[in-house]
Ligand binder design. Structure first.
Ligand SMILES: Nc1ncnc2c1ncn2[C@@H]1O[C@H](COP(=O)(O)OP(=O)(O)OP(=O)(O)O)[C@@H](O)[C@H]1O
Ligand SMILES: [Mg+2]
Length: 407
């Protein structure tokens, strides 16, 4: 049997069309609304957003959480909620250390909406009329902002009032801290103006790791004081994780089996509780363990129920009850894995680098690494592949590399 056939037959036996835990980042998940579990934190945040929608107020909210705790997921859920309410706005991720590029992106979005609402009306003329200032928004870029900061702040309401009410979500705020302190200050000064000039009924939501809040308070106290509410994401409860697993399984389950098979199958409740304990209630960690558990069935074809013991076995990388603990790989995949282990110690390495070393095309290399990833032998972060800790033992066995303590 080829690897693909083995994988398919494992999923077939479980009545699944694909590994339900495969999409690990909420950006990648198309059916987010179907798999989202409404946590008590979500309810609090949505209630807070509602006070803005229903009242005469504006709000700046900070959603703080460690990596993988569900910040982006929350941001996207709130965004769809606001869009259903016909709110205009945008989700912007700080994905570059160029703060000016981010500011440009935000201004461009506001400006585009202004133009959509006021075709033919020149904002510049209007602002000039009011302020007697020229060229302020001419090339609506950060440079305009920097050139004449105070005038920019004065002019901002003319732009924002015409596009209200709006929301603005800024994700991964901590990436701003990769720039120089002076650039960070410029960035938060910009947000500060935005917060101040933002009309009633508008919402600004920032998402970031918890320490980002402290850093903002030391970099730009003024903006820090403008944050109205801070929500620190709580770990998921066992019940929430159970619901999460059921929802994920549901969308992957073959239609003909729906309702005819336990909604947690092949897991049992203890396994779910165990996973939650190990992962400390962190959704990304939970999904990762569950994904590995399903993939690990390739090695343990006789196991039917994934219980606490099985998960513990997988996590410790030890040999399972009836398992082989070793995966047969085609030569080229085995070669790639060996290269990553021996030359890079299993640490992240980009597929471009590996393609260069192997002398093959980037696309071929990428496809090979993705096959190893499907087998859970590798994980990926950005364009880099590495051996996840929980799979080290299996990988070493697969490559016939002896380790201390191995039988
Ligand atoms: N309440 C939830 N219900 C269902 N799935 C969730 C929930 N919260 C998070 N997830 C899932 O957990 C994973 C991690 O969440 P997310 O990407 O939002 O975390 P994050 O805090 O933004 O991580 P990072 O710090 O890396 O940006 C995603 O796959 C997401 O779909
Ligand atoms: Mg995120």
């Amino acid at each position: 049997m080829t690897l693909k056939e083995t994988a398919d037959s494992v999923l077939e036996k479980l009545g699944l069309m694909f590994n339900p835990f495969y999409a690990l980042s909420s950006e990648a998940l198309e059916k987010r609304e179907k798999t989202h579990v409404l946590s008590s934190d979500d309810v609090k945040i949505i209630n807070s957003v509602n006070t803005v929608l229903n009242g005469e107020t504006k709000k700046i909210i900070f959603i703080a959480g460690v990596f993988g705790s569900g910040k982006t997921e929350k941001a996207k859920i709130i965004e769809s909620y606001l869009q259903r309410k016909k709110y205009f706005g945008a989700y912007v991720k700080v994905d570059t250390s160029d703060v000016y590029a981010i500011i440009d992106r935000v201004l461009y979005m506001f400006m585009a909406e202004y133009r959509r609402k006021n075709p033919g009306e020149a904002l510049l003329t209007k602002i000039k009329e009011y302020l007697g200032k020229e060229n302020l928004f001419e090339n609506l870029t950060t440079k305009a902002f920097l050139k004449n900061e105070k005038a920019f702040a004065e002019a901002l309401p003319y732009l924002l009032d015409d596009i209200k009410p709006f929301y603005f979500i800024l994700d991964e705020v901590e990436n701003v801290f990769q720039t120089s302190v002076s650039e960070q200050k410029i960035f938060f000064q910009f947000l500060s103006y935005l917060a101040e000039k933002m009309p009633e009924k508008c919402i600004m939501i920032l998402c970031g790791i918890p320490s980002a809040v402290n850093i903002i308070s030391s970099i730009h106290r003024n903006f820090y004081h403008k944050i109205n509410e801070i929500y620190v994401i709580n770990p998921l409860t066992d019940r929430e994780v159970e619901e999460l697993v059921k929802k994920r399984l549901e969308i992957a389950r073959k239609p003909e089996l729906k309702g005819r098979i336990g909604s947690l199958h092949p897991f049992n409740l203890n396994a779910i509780k165990y996973v939650n304990r190990v992962a400390g209630g962190n959704p990304r960690k939970i999904l990762k363990i569950l994904k590995t558990a399903i993939s690990a069935l390739f090695m343990y074809p006789n196991i039917e129920i994934l219980d606490e013991k099985f998960i513990a076995t997988i996590l410790s990388g030890r040999k399972g009850r009836r398992g082989r603990g070793k995966i047969r790989l085609p030569k080229n995949l085995s070669k790639d894995l060996e290269l990553i282990v021996t030359r890079y110690g299993g640490q992240p390495v980009s597929y471009l680098e590996l393609a260069r070393v192997n002398g093959i095309s980037a696309l071929d290399q990428y496809e090979r690494l993705e096959k190893l990833r499907e087998l859970s032998l590798l994980s990926r972060k950005g364009g880099k592949y590495y051996v996840p800790n929980e799979m080290r033992e299996t990988v070493l066995k697969t490559l016939n590399i002896k380790t201390e303590g191995s039988e």
